[in-house]
Design a protein around this ligand. Structure first.
Ligand SMILES: [Mg+2]
Length: 200
């Protein structure tokens, strides 16, 4: 089977790290459970300038490398790889974050997964054609059986893959979102994801 796995808040605890950064840089103390919007500018009530600064800080290589693994993510994926499945990590991070993101995966025993930067949110102004870069049209030519995603904004893209089963990682910012079909399953953690996949 072919897997699509998102990076931030699926493989690692990015939003938790961003709550710390927002506190450190701007004195904004928003607990993780109160991050109700995928748009962190809105969740942390930041000005445009502060938001840019937050994103720059959160995408520095040493900061990217420090993100904590979401419990069970890497073990589960290694297990899928051992069973001969193909795992593609498709991140909305900008391409400038590619090297550090690749290193994080390698350091967590995931050198067997492919990594692509997909311009999911129109954020990446430095998009260049390249083997690790995807625009939506490149992405739609791929094939996936199972997806793991947390972002309400990315879920509609997955509608382009008929029959794909989408494991939606439960996060405060996706609790209010309606799923497009019964192919979408809310998963509280990676144990649940692993079990769901076992029965597909
Ligand atoms: Mg994500």
């Amino acid at each position: 089977m072919n897997f699509y796995v998102d990076f931030d808040d699926c493989l690692c605890e990015t939003a938790k790290a961003f709550t710390m950064i927002a506190g450190r840089l701007f004195g904004k103390n928003v607990p993780y459970e109160d991050v109700r919007f995928f748009d962190l500018q809105k969740s942390f009530s930041l000005s445009d300038e502060e938001y840019i600064q937050l994103m720059e800080e959160g995408h520095r290589p040493e900061v990217l490398l420090s993100y904590e693994e979401t419990p069970g993510a890497c073990d589960t994926i290694r297990d899928w790889l051992c069973k001969g499945h193909e795992v593609n990590v498709i991140t909305g991070r900008p391409y400038s974050a590619y090297d550090a993101s690749r290193k994080w995966l390698d350091e967590h025993g995931l050198s067997g997964v492919k990594l692509f930067c997909l311009n999911k949110y129109g954020r990446d102004s430095f998009y260049q054609a390249g083997e690790h870069n995807l625009e939506l049209e490149d992405f739609y030519r791929m094939h996936f059986d199972i997806a793991v995603e947390d972002s309400p904004m990315a879920l509609p893209y997955l509608e382009h893959f008929p029959g794909v089963k989408v494991m939606v990682v439960d996060r405060p910012w996706n609790r209010g979102c309606d799923f497009p079909s019964s192919n979408y399953i809310r998963c509280m953690d990676w144990d649940v994801i692993r079990e769901c996949v076992r029965y597909i």
